[in-house]
Design a protein around this ligand. Structure first.
Ligand code: ADP
Ligand code: MG
Length: 400
């Protein structure tokens, strides 16, 4: 095990008047210049406010969307200007948006006698070299500040200049409050989950989740599989899957995996009934199967009531539960009912419960049970990579 440590924000001392590069994930969903969901901005406020309260001179950097470059069209579509306005409103402070994220403009501003504002760099991806993890760009930013704080968990799996190269240069560095919590929670699941430990997987593809299963295999007491993933496993067991989604290239892998669990005397639970439709466009014609088999012409879009009960019973005994991937096509009600039932079952256990995955987190939030989970991870891709056993570049670069 590594013994290097990432400092938490509160471990940094003498912050008064220090110039801080604060990397946030303010990549909020936006339409026609309007913010559709400001969760990420709200969640970043405690870290920003703490730095302000310590008397820091804060310069915030974030990316937004996937601009191709720095052209007029991209600059218009991917500008952080709406985010700047939201920050003004929430922090009740002047926010200066720095037009070119790699310009020298912050130098003078950060050096002003009295500093009573926030600097926000424009979309970091407008800067040439950000995505290429360019050292020269990182050097430029490093020269402007004394301290680096990363609170952009959802971006930590990307080796970009503001996430990787920059904190390698800045000596005084720490994780923000959000990142600190993510590391603590996910490290506990990954390294020492209290047992019995259940891994609940769903979502669209087996391929996306193989890494997590493989990395966690020796710790899993029970693996529960729902969502489209389940049909590849059902096929591997010789069950009828009708027109449900199957990854043909992964059936053999699924067979082998089932054998490995059997050899270890550990359980794999698959759905024992399903909600099925002839077509997703005709949800009204849905039916529930009696057993596990699915007739030709039908596709499964959610786990059925017996499966919900089976999973719930098993979950109620578990001390740790990690859930990734919805149990059905939750975007189309009522095919969210299976996912909601699992959210409820997990929320009602006494155990340590974590969700990682954009869609599963969204399903949990919609179910209303999210507040009862120990932790809802905000970074889908980052959490999966972490659970695969990979070291995230953004976290490695923060280690002292
Ligand atoms: P997460 O974002 O939580 O990691 P994924 O992205 O892997 O989850 O999977 C989410 C997607 O899986 C959703 O779009 C959902 O519609 C799809 N899905 C779940 N169950 C089924 C199913 N039975 N058939 C087709 N798609 C499914
Ligand atoms: Mg997803």
């Amino acid at each position: 095990m590594r013994n290097k440590v990432v400092k938490g924000l509160k471990e940094l001392e003498n912050l008064k008047d220090k110039k801080v590069f604060l990397r946030l994930d303010l990549n909020v969903p936006m339409k026609d210049g309007k913010i559709l969901d400001d969760t990420r901005i709200r969640e970043a406020l405690p870290t920003i406010q703490y730095l302000i309260d310590q008397g820091c001179r804060v310069m915030i950097g974030s990316h937004l969307g996937r601009p191709k470059g720095n052209g007029a069209e991209d600059r218009k579509n991917f500008s952080l200007e709406p985010v700047a306005s939201a920050l003004v409103e929430k922090l009740k402070k002047e926010v200066v948006l720095i037009d070119s994220p790699d310009s020298d403009a912050p130098r003078g501003l950060l050096a002003e006698g009295k500093f009573d504002k926030i600097l926000l760099l424009e979309n970091l991806r407008f800067a040439k070299g950000e995505e290429a993890n360019d050292n020269a760009l990182a050097q430029k930013w490093a020269k402007l500040v004394d301290v680096y704080v990363n609170d952009a968990y959802g971006s930590c799996h990307r080796a970009h200049a503001s996430i990787d190269a920059l904190p390698r240069i800045v000596r005084v560095k720490a994780s923000g409050f959000l990142l600190e919590k993510e590391i603590e929670m996910l490290a506990k699941v990954r390294n020492s989950p209290p047992t019995p430990f259940a891994l609940v997987l769903g979502g669209s593809k087996v391929t996306d989740k193989i890494g997590v299963i493989e990395n966690m295999i020796n710790k899993i007491d029970v693996l529960m599989i729902g969502g489209a993933m389940a049909y590849t496993f059902m096929k591997a067991k010789g069950l009828m899957v009708g027109g449900s989604r199957v990854e043909a290239g992964k059936v053999d892998y699924a067979k082998e995996l089932l054998k490995r669990f059997e050899a270890r005397d550990k359980k794999v639970l698959l759905p024992i009934d399903h909600v099925i439709v002839k077509s997703l466009d005709a949800p009204a014609g849905r039916q529930t199967t009696k057993g596990a088999d699915i007739e030709p012409g039908w596709m499964a879009v959610d786990i059925g009531p017996k499966t919900r009960e089976l999973f719930q019973k098993e979950l109620s005994n578990c001390k740790t539960i990690f859930w990734n991937g919805p149990m059905g096509v939750y975007e189309v009600p009522p095919f969210n009912e299976g996912s909601f039932a699992i959210a409820k079952a997990i929320a009602e256990t006494e155990g340590f419960t974590v969700i990682g995955g954009g869609d599963s987190a969204a399903a949990a939030v919609e179910s209303g049970y999210a507040p009862k989970f120990t932790h809802i991870s905000t970074g889908g891709g980052a959490s999966l990579e972490y659970m695969e056993g990979k070291d995230l570049p953004g976290i490695l670069a923060l280690e002292q």
